[in-house]
Design a protein around this ligand. Structure first.
Ligand SMILES: Nc1ncnc2c1ncn2[C@@H]1O[C@H](COP(=O)(O)OP(=O)(O)O)[C@@H](O)[C@H]1O
Ligand SMILES: [Mg+2]
Length: 226
């Protein structure tokens, strides 16, 4: 589904070039839950942004379903992001003055069926009682579930999650991983980057990242969600 070939991203600095990604190869299959683990500064966010067609690599290719993402026009990349990918971030990034429902419908309230789709997702993510609340009235775990519902609004094929459990206690972190696992069980693909180990027990495969290079791979022992 998604292939990265010889992917590098270098940033200039006073001390020379920082190799954020260093000639990396990666292949992600449709329907896979991939966890990528690494310490802070190992290149996780850079990798996710590059895979998500948001950050042009210094060299190498990102190919999604046969399309070379950085050979496309920026409009094609924007359309691809809007239609195919959902993003989830450590800091949630919800609109603070909008209700849960309006956060979900922000980019498509006028579209037929969007309120109904939001209702269904909020039900699935155990947030039905929070529809009219503002983000600050929710717990951190609930906020992240809202962010996940928002990521799923356009029925993406792929969810890219950057440290989605980084601000959560273990119980809420587990819930978030369980919901990502359910998304994968319903046919979606997940790429999650993290410095923690929790997500690995939900993933099909874990890869370790160090100084912009992929190290060993561990096949997951994840169970299909009940
Ligand atoms: N926009 C940027 N300009 C310069 N250096 C950057 C930039 N973004 C990331 N880096 C550097 O690239 C390396 C990897 O960063 P990042 O991908 O954010 O790692 P992680 O998400 O694993 O913490 C770090 O050394 C970071 O300082
Ligand atoms: Mg990061």
């Amino acid at each position: 589904m998604l292939i990265a070939q010889n992917l590098s991203k270098h940033y200039p600095s006073a001390q020379g070039w920082i190799k954020s990604l260093d000639e990396m190869d990666l292949e992600v299959k449709a329907g896979e839950f991939l966890a990528i683990r690494g310490h802070s500064g190992s290149g996780k966010t850079t990798l996710l942004l590059t895979l998500g067609a948001m950050l042009r690599p210094s060299s190498g290719r990102v190919v999604f379903e046969g399309q070379d993402m950085y050979q496309c026009s920026s409009q094609q990349r924007a359309a691809w992001r809007a239609e195919q990918i959902g993003f989830v971030f450590q800091m949630f990034h919800l609109m603070p003055y909008l209700s849960v429902l309006d956060n979900l419908c922000l980019h498509g309230r006028a579209k037929a069926g969007s309120t109904q789709r939001a209702d269904t997702l909020l039900d699935t993510l155990n947030l039905k009682h929070r529809v009219n609340h503002l983000p600050h009235q929710l717990s951190a775990g609930e906020r992240q579930r809202v962010a996940m519902a928002r990521a799923m609004m356009a029925s993406p094929k792929l969810i890219l999650a950057d440290e989605p459990t980084g601000n959560l206690d273990p119980r809420h972190a587990t819930e978030v991983c369980e919901h990502l696992r359910k998304f994968r069980d319903s046919g979606g693909t997940v790429i999650l980057v993290t410095h923690g180990e929790l997500a690995s027990s939900f993933a099909d495969r874990t890869i370790f990242l160090e100084q912009g290079r992929l190290l060993e791979t561990v096949e997951g022992h994840a169970q299909t969600a009940p």
